[in-house]
Design a protein around this ligand. Structure first.
Ligand code: SAM
Ligand code: SF4
Length: 356
């Protein structure tokens, strides 16, 4: 293990060995990842206030609770005032950055609404907030309009970099093609965004070789930011029927932490999020990810009344907590994990900055 870790640049075989490490060897991976995090991005955590704008979605991904085929949730869209209030909270509390996320929609009204919301947020916050979008696959023209309106970063998970597995996870139609997802990532880079992607970890049919390929995909695509976390089943989705094939939750958590640690060693200066799904398995899951090399956390700023209707998976945490409560307990736990919150800093990906 030490020999592999010393090399620093890994081939697929070494990555598979690292991801297969038992409990005893994980410590060495996390120690190395922490050292690198400290040297290249510092022991700081950047907050991104997460606004789950709407659960309307035109897609029907087999893993996701808010897929269009699930009629159990009331569909909502936040009002302009609600979005601005959440963004104002982030700004006033010096988060410096927000994420606007929703189901995928492509109609003109949606594209124009997002453009206008970005402009209104920037006007309210005197251009002091950095805005990340997580609004799915769109036309290059749409990406350009939103960038010009004032967005900076875009998160679009590849979900799994293996095209065959991707096909198993999505309906077989033109809306859900792997090729389109890849093209969208390339279009985002060409448009000028800081580009983030990621995968779900512990999916049915997914092997440790697939996960090694995912990490190599991130490296080959020269990605600026990563948000990856455990797949968690949802009973109103088609993938639920394979629940017996899944790793136990604690193993999915451990595998996710190893993915974070190995990625930090491979891509030293990118931003890596400690994702909310980690917290769904373990109340301290995100703090453990910080100790394994992550440096971004996304406190949820969605109004509590909508949270029950944005359940991507089961046991989603913080369903009844207002933002203030989330923020205070988080700050303490981050300090216990050995990091400090970088209030007032945009926290751009160093990797992006250097490429620029
Ligand atoms: N609709 C946009 C998209 O798909 O890119 C953004 C919102 S979508 C809800 C954000 C992410 O949620 C997806 O990229 C997916 O990885 C994650 N997600 C969905 N269902 C999940 C599940 N059951 N377990 C873990 N993550 C899940
Ligand atoms: Fe829609 Fe995104 Fe969920 Fe797929 S993952 S169903 S695109 S919200």
């Amino acid at each position: 293990m030490d020999e592999i870790l010393e090399k620093g640049s890994f081939d697929k075989e070494s990555i598979v060995d690292l991801l297969s490490a038992g409990e005893a060897d994980c410590g060495a991976i996390f120690r190395k990842a922490r050292e690198i995090k400290s040297e290249f991005v510092g022991n700081k955590v950047f907050f991104r206030g997460l606004i789950e704008y709407s659960n309307y979605c035109a897609k029907n991904c087999f893993y996701c609770g808010i897929r269009s085929g699930n009629s159990r949730y009331a569909r909502y869209e936040m009002t302009d005032d609600e979005v601005l209030e959440a963004a104002r909270y982030a700004w006033e509390n010096r988060f410096a950055s927000i994420v606007l996320q929703s189901g995928e929609r492509y109609d003109d009204a949606f594209v124009a609404k997002i453009e206008q919301l970005i402009r209104s947020i920037q006007e309210m916050a005197r251009n002091e907030l950095h805005i990340t979008l997580s609004l799915g696959e769109q036309k290059p023209e749409t990406y350009r309009r939103w960038l010009e309106a004032g967005a900076h970063r875009y998160l679009l998970r590849i979900e799994d970099a293996n095209p065959e597995l991707y096909r198993e996870l999505h309906p077989n139609d033109r809306r859900h093609e792997y090729r389109n997802r890849l093209e969208a990532l390339r279009a985002l880079r060409a448009t000028g965004y800081q580009v983030g992607t990621g995968v779900m970890i512990g999916l049915p049919f997914q092997t440790v070789h697939d996960l090694a390929d995912d990490l190599i995909f991130f490296r080959d695509m020269d990605i600026d930011m990563i948000g990856m976390g455990p797949y968690i089943e949802h009973k109103d989705t088609p993938l639920y029927r394979y629940r017996d094939r899944l790793l136990p939750l604690t193993e999915r958590l451990q595998l996710s932490l190893k993915m974070v640690g190995v990625l930090r060693i491979m891509m030293k200066d990118i931003n890596i999020a400690a994702t909310t799904a980690l917290q769904a398995i373990d109340p301290l899951g995100r703090e453990k990810a910080l100790q394994a090399g992550a440096n971004v956390i996304m406190p949820n700023l969605t109004p509590v009344k909508y949270r029950q209707d944005y359940l991507l998976y089961e046991n989603k945490p913080c369903l009844d907590e207002e933002a203030e409560h989330c923020k205070n307990c988080l700050e303490t736990r981050i300090q216990l994990a050995g990091d400090t919150v970088a209030y007032g800093e945009w926290g751009d990906s160093m990797h992006f900055r250097k490429r620029q």
